[in-house]
Design a protein around this ligand. Structure first.
Ligand SMILES: C[S@@+](CC[C@H](N)C(=O)[O-])C[C@H]1O[C@@H](n2cnc3c(N)ncnc32)[C@H](O)[C@@H]1O
Length: 303
């Protein structure tokens, strides 16, 4: 959704833009060209492999800085890099194509790899194998239902628990087989890969993806200069709902009854929402890049 991102982010020469999910710098490279030569592009990613790939694409220097970290720590990252203010933030959430395609990372249900799924393995933290082998059955079902929106969550959790009683589930292909045996054949006939939703759920749990989102959006809005933009692309409904609700809260206007002569509620909008409905990719883009099919873009401007 490059054109839509650039339209809503509105970068121009001299802008300070922070890409909080740098990935392979596909968006960032375009932004860097538009804000050059006086602008500053700050790219954040928690994944060392993404930062290395982005460094190959971008010309690093005074005008382009890369920061390793989680956007949940946005205040510390930006303050640590002496960023004075920000004209635009981009959040292109979730997992990148290279993360999915590099089978060894354990994000993909194609191929066989250790069940890892950490975006920042260097930081330690739990792996997908830890979740699958140690969570209580009810917690496993909740994670798969909530984060995967999987209707067969209870059955999948029960099948995982039965399988791990025999021996720990440690590889992606073992998990795929368990999921396939849990999902009834009729339900497997059409639609996406039967493991897609469970893998998404485990990835969100392992990386605490929803936990950091709301506080990161609040922090980003505090750093924005008046007229600055924030653009968020999400890939599943829970994420999109969190963005929509955060924007609704931040754009809330005075709630006092109209007959009151002065405001007593103290509610003042901080942003104006630019996208009444989420912007979705064109059919041509989905054809070119099927992974974009669930993308939803929302944007707001700082008042
Ligand atoms: C969808 S990709 C971004 C792709 C990028 N827009 C491009 O054009 O190449 C998401 C990236 O954000 C990173 N990421 C996801 N959550 C993050 C977080 N909480 N903090 C920092 N980086 C994160 C992932 O490691 C991944 O590289």
């Amino acid at each position: 959704m490059l054109a839509e991102v650039l339209h809503h982010l509105s970068p121009h020469e001299g802008s300070i833009i922070v890409d909080c999910t740098l990935g392979g710098a596909g968006h960032a490279a375009e932004i860097a060209a538009l804000i050059a030569p006086t602008g500053l592009l700050v790219g954040i990613d928690q994944d060392d492999a993404a930062l290395a790939a982005a460094a190959d694409v971008l010309r690093l220097g005074q005008q382009t800085r890369l920061l390793k970290g989680n956007f949940g720590d946005l205040d510390a990252l930006l303050a640590g890099a002496n960023i004075p203010y920000v004209d635009g933030f981009l959040f292109d959430l979730g997992v990148s194509s290279p993360q999915l395609d590099f089978v060894e990372r354990g994000f993909s249900y194609h191929g066989n790899a250790p069940l890892d799924m950490r975006m920042d393995p260097a930081a330690g933290g739990i792996t997908a194998a830890d979740v699958v082998n140690s969570y209580q059955e009810s917690d496993l079902a909740r994670v798969i239902r909530e984060y995967g929106e999987e209707r067969w969550a209870t059955r999948i959790a029960a099948f995982i628990v039965a399988a791990r009683a025999r021996r720990p589930v440690t590889s992606t292909s073992e998990l795929v087989d368990i999921i396939k045996s849990a999902v009834p054949a009729a339900a497997r006939k059409d639609g996406p890969h039967p493991a897609r939703r469970t893998f998404q759920a485990l990835r969100i749990e392992v990386n605490r993806e929803l936990d950091v989102l709301e506080s990161a959006l609040d922090a980003a809005v505090r750093w924005l200069s008046p007229g600055g933009r924030i653009v968020v692309i999400s890939y599943h409904s829970l994420e999109d709902r969190a963005v929509k609700q955060a924007f609704a809260r931040l754009s809330q206007t005075c709630t006092c009854p109209p007959e009151l002569p002065v405001c007593v509620c103290g509610v003042k909008p901080v942003v104006r929402v630019l996208t009444r409905r989420a912007v979705t990719p064109t059919p041509e883009e989905v054809e070119r890049n099927p992974r974009a099919r669930s993308a939803k873009l929302r944007a707001a401007v700082k008042l």
